[in-house]
Design a protein around this ligand. Sequence first.
Ligand code: PLP
Ligand code: ZN
Length: 402
Amino acid sequence: MEKWYCLHCHRFQELDIHSPFCHLCESPLVIWPQKKGRSFHLDRPSSLEKFKAFLPLNRLETKLSLGEGNTPLLRLYHIEKRLRSSFPIYAKNEMVNPTHSFKDRGTTVVIQKALALKIKKIGTVSTGNMAASTAAYGAKAGLKTFILLKEDASLEKTLSTGIYGANLIRVKGDYGELFKESYRIGKRVGIYFANSCDPYRLEGYKITSFEIYFQLGERVPDYLFVPVSSGGHLVGLILGFLDLFREGLIKRLPHFIGLQAKGCSPIVQSWKKNLKEIVPIKVPQTIAHAISNPSPPAGKLVLKLLRETGGEMLAVTDEELMRAQGELASLEGLFCDPASATTLAGLKKWYRLNRQIKPREAVLVLTGTGLKDLSPVKEREKISLISVSLSGLEEALTSLAI
Ligand SMILES: Cc1ncc(COP(=O)(O)O)c(C=O)c1O
Ligand SMILES: [Zn+2]
């Protein structure tokens, strides 16, 4: 069995799926890397098979996969033109995962591990995306699944989770406390709560880093823009590049730029004040619900890793991210959610502040679809809809087509 390790205080810790945090600093634990000299199997169809040597899985039950990963890296030519960018900008489109967010990459590894450990009941605490992902993969694996939804989860997210038939519970109250309670109760009643910073989830996120490396022609991306809430996803991406570094395939890590919405930006606040700890936000206020975690469990670790790797944390306003959401859709045909749109809003801000830096390229990780929360779109005045009768159609089209 693999070993669990705290990247913050560099200590090994006991393996307990109901308590995946460091006893000393409370940071999420990660899997200690397997031996070096691992190889890729890029000729295999599924993403898990391609990168299995880098995962803590002895065998793969490929029939439990829903086809996650293998997502496209798209060049954003129109955005480059709009920004007068001197460097290429790419989007890693995680919206095309089976339940339309990056969470599927983590859930698929969690499910494989649950099977290996003969676990029959799984669960998660979520604002929506991890809920749908866990419910879908739980259904596929025939596991009893328990989803604890944040009270303000959108109707679309609630319905698109409920359809998979999991036990769905909406919980009122403090999200940070709910996170802790899930582990305590899960241990008592035998449910493996694979929450946002679960070590096996993070292993799945590493594959995004491997894919980007290969899609860029076996190169490390210069700048990587990632929306951050609990911090689990960003830590997972860093672990992926650390694996490539350890294998001697890359000479340095990317500059990671973590983005939060200004109305809920606990990690950015600590970053700016040069603090080592996170001060929880009392009342989160942002339209980007997917990244509105007021007390991010991996916050402290993210601060440390970004300081060590030449990264940065930035906040963008709801106005800025909504504009970016519209631009990604209208210029590039990519309808992402507000959380993902922080990457473009953040790139624009970062570019304004750092004109002297000439990146080789920037990659925006678009983590989730816009379709699961239509309220920001409804608030937009700019969606133009023309209503005509059938008899007036020709005239309308004729004037528009000129
Ligand atoms: C679409 C989307 N982007 C980004 C995140 C942030 O991920 P993490 O909590 O791992 O930082 C989430 C988390 O739920 C999400 O749903
Ligand atoms: Zn620690």
